[in-house]
Design a protein around this ligand. Sequence first.
Ligand code: SF4
Ligand code: FES
Length: 236
Amino acid sequence: MTADDSITLTLDGSEIEVPAGATILEAAAEQGIAIPVICYHEATTPNGLCRVCVVDVDDGRVLQPACVATCQPDSTIETDSERVLRSRRTILEMLNASVNLDEAPEIQQMLRDCHADPERFPHAHKRDPELIDDNPFYVRDYAQCVLCWRCVQVCAEDAQFTFALTLKERGHDTSVATAFDISMTESPCVFCGQCIGVCPTGALKPKIEWGMQQGLSEDELRAATRRGRKRDRDRA
Ligand code: SF4
Ligand code: FES
């Protein structure tokens, strides 16, 4: 790399040099500054969806998502100003009000780190769809889904090129789903498990793990992991 490939900027009060084109998240990580992320994952294409990674750039009108915003020469970036923390706190409080985060310890830690109030929105309606058990390998509990989109991405161009997952509905009712809501065994899913690997919340879970949490006996576990399409069973 030549000197021309680097830019200088101020990050949390320190002047630093970073490669041109680096994202703010990358520049901060290089300095040992951890910015919280939810939708970002190193294996997926960042889309700036959750906004929990926002930072203040040059006291701008809006905060910038560090996972997609690139470093600009001579800029001044604050990753933990009161304005940043207030924004992060509100996002996390809204998430906590609408999604079951019991099995998302990293997000729970983020809530604590920014002193979020878990009761901020006491009348909020938590999403509570039925658990989907439609294949022998894994269950989907979208009551725990933060819509980070990582599973959709690894199922598509970021890894598997299977395209079994998409989004359905809108607004509060938005959910990850198969096309036309067909069962997973009828979909193009090849049960590679990559979606489970990138899910940050426990919304996607191997059936054995789920069964053990439910206290199923060995025989019940064996039966559960041989079971196929729930809808077909229901029809029978
Ligand atoms: S199921 Fe998991 S990986 Fe997929 S969008 Fe929801 S939280 Fe993200
Ligand atoms: S981690 Fe940057 S927008 Fe979600």
